[in-house]
Design a protein around this ligand. Structure first.
Ligand code: MTE
Length: 317
């Protein structure tokens, strides 16, 4: 178990230092990498604390593909979508700088045997924090690769014991227009709401993120706790969560309510289903000049395609 300290932005570690420090952290076993992550990265497994010592001196370490593609810390923390603060990507970080992330509680309830309100410190203590390097593909056709820390959403859901009637999970962001000026704008029905089918929420790739690049999350990235579901468009990865409910009916998300002809519930990354206003076949990876082809399920088809067996993914977009 690892408690990730809050560190002011003035002390942010450049990526190179993060990368070398991470090797050290792996060595002392403070981060656990699951086999699912390794598969998700599509590369060879990095040395675990056990087999690291067995690597003969001078043998180059196997390098997982995604680690080589990491988006810079600077881009991840200054190019943001967070409409509660601003619709201008560069405007989010300055407006969110003083957002209060302590004290913070997350109420987990609905169709569960043990409804529980967790303090953020309890979540950090109770659930082992792991590193997950994931692609993030925004519905707007840009993408990043982000080294998150967090824990499996499944573990949290198991702790509250969903009943047999629970079929979906509904997430809610904090509602606080005094801190989040965007919530004073009447275009959207606040708070931001998102949802997952229970099996999607229970999938090993789905995490609650608490940090990135080895630091606590900054407000612009959804501090202190956000969902990351890497095979879906980024808007499903809801930020600054205060409420998680297990429910029987498919929840209506903020985007489904705002633009029902544009955004469906599933929102799986799918290069062959275009947005009504632009193509989803390719994407601009932040920091790169040429475009990349978008991968089905954002590159995680092997892990998640079976969740949708028999479904027409052109209809359930
Ligand atoms: N969560 C909330 N509460 N409000 C938002 O506006 N934007 C979403 C998602 N989560 C959003 C949100 C969108 S569209 C994307 S692409 C990602 O957050 C962006 O996450 P990032 O800014 O950490 O890259």
């Amino acid at each position: 178990m690892q408690k990730i300290p809050t560190i002011p932005s003035s002390e942010i570690t450049p990526e190179q230092i993060y990368l070398s420090r991470r090797k050290f952290m792996l060595g002392i076993g403070s981060l656990a990498l699951t086999s699912a992550v390794l598969a998700a990265c599509g590369g060879a497994a990095p040395a675990s604390p056990g087999n690291e010592a067995a690597t003969p001196a001078g043998t180059p370490e196997p390098t997982p593909d995604l680690r080589q593609e990491l988006t810079s810390f600077d881009s991840i923390t200054t190019y943001n979508n967070y409409y509660e603060f601003s619709t201008d990507k560069a405007g989010v970080a300055p407006l969110a700088a003083n957002f209060r992330t302590r004290p913070w509680t997350v109420e987990v309830g609905g169709l569960v045997a043990k409804p529980t309100t967790f303090g953020i410190e309890d979540l950090l203590r109770q659930f082992t924090q792991e590193e997950r390097i994931y692609r993030l593909r925004c519905v707007e056709a840009w993408s990043m690769v982000i080294p998150w820390q967090g824990f499996s959403l499944r573990k949290l859901l198991e702790a509250v014991e969903p009943t047999a009637a629970a079929k979906y999970v509904r997430f809610e962001t904090l509602l606080d227009p005094e801190q989040m000026p965007g919530q004073k704008v009447g275009w959207y029905v606040w708070p931001y709401v998102e949802g997952l089918r229970l099996d999607e929420a229970m999938h090993d790739l789905t995490i609650l993120a608490t940090g990135l690049y080895g630091k606590s999350l900054l407000p612009q990235n959804g501090a202190p706790l956000r969902v990351v579901v890497p095979w879906k468009y980024g808007f499903k990865s809801i930020k600054s969560i205060v409420k998680i409910d297990l429910v029987a009916e498919q929840p209506t998300s903020l985007w489904m309510a705002a633009a029902p002809n544009e955004y469906g519930f599933y929102a799986n990354v799918n290069p062959s289903v275009n947005h009504p206003r632009w193509s989803q076949a390719s994407e601009r990876r932040i920091g790169e000049l040429s475009r990349r082809k978008t991968l089905p399920f954002n590159g995680y088809a092997e892990q998640v395609a079976s969740l949708y067996a028999g479904m027409d993914l052109r209809r359930f977009y």
